[in-house]
Design a binder for this molecule. Structure first.
Ligand code: PAN
Ligand code: ZN
Length: 194
């Protein structure tokens, strides 16, 4: 006999991108992104302040089994570290062929994607933009605006997270502020994977 899971609804506060009745809120400070910003001196200078870079609002604790979908919102605060915009850690999915959809709710940002071979793609995110993260692409989001940038993510609940590959090799490109505008530049610390 099929055991049916109960349907459920969470409310996204569209003014802020938060989920007030979230099952879990994850707070990521600068110290949680250690070594990910390219300018290590600028990172060090901000170390004592240890600002909150982003928060993830997990709608519900969905079973992490095939067929289920997880969903959450992410709010990235405005700011830069050595000119590089505040951003998420970024990851590949642990089950690498799992895709995902990001829908921008608020603010202005960019979705930076890359293949394990270092091919890069940038998707611009303003409210209403619904971006597709195809299987196998690593993904990171960046707040390129002056207000909080928020988006909703929907993903296979069994996708999981591979942060270690990004921690070791980095992203091939960075998004930095130049003359008040975002610009894609090569990451001096990037190593090709493998
Ligand atoms: C998103 C991300 C979220 C935070 O829900 O997990 O935006 O980014 P990091 O996980 O890289 O810290 C997602 O892509 N889930 O698969
Ligand atoms: Zn993901």
């Amino acid at each position: 006999m099929t055991r049916y899971m109960s349907p459920l609804t969470r409310t996204i506060d569209l003014a802020s991108g938060t989920i007030p009745d979230a099952a879990e809120v994850q707070t990521r400070r600068l110290s949680d992104l250690e070594g990910l910003f390219a300018d290590r001196e600028a990172e060090n200078a901000l170390r004592h302040e240890n600002p909150v870079i982003y928060r993830v609002y997990l709608a519900a604790h969905i079973p992490t089994e095939e067929g289920q979908l997880g969903y959450s919102t992410t709010v990235i605060y405005p700011g830069t570290v050595g000119g590089e915009y505040f951003m998420t850690k970024g990851h590949y999915h642990a089950v690498a062929n799992r895709a995902e959809v990001y829908t921008c709710l608020k603010g202005r940002g960019a979705l930076l994607l890359q293949t394990p071979e270092g091919e890069t793609s940038v998707q611009h995110m303003t409210p209403g933009a619904a971006a597709y993260v195809p299987p196998f692409w690593g993904h990171r989001t960046v707040n390129t605006g002056a207000e909080p940038f928020a988006f909703m993510a929907v993903y296979p609940a069994d996708a999981g997270y591979d942060y270690a590959t990004i921690a070791e090799y980095g992203f091939a490109a960075l998004i930095v502020e130049r003359d008040g505008k975002p610009e894609l530049v090569p990451n001096p610390h990037y190593q090709r994977e493998g």
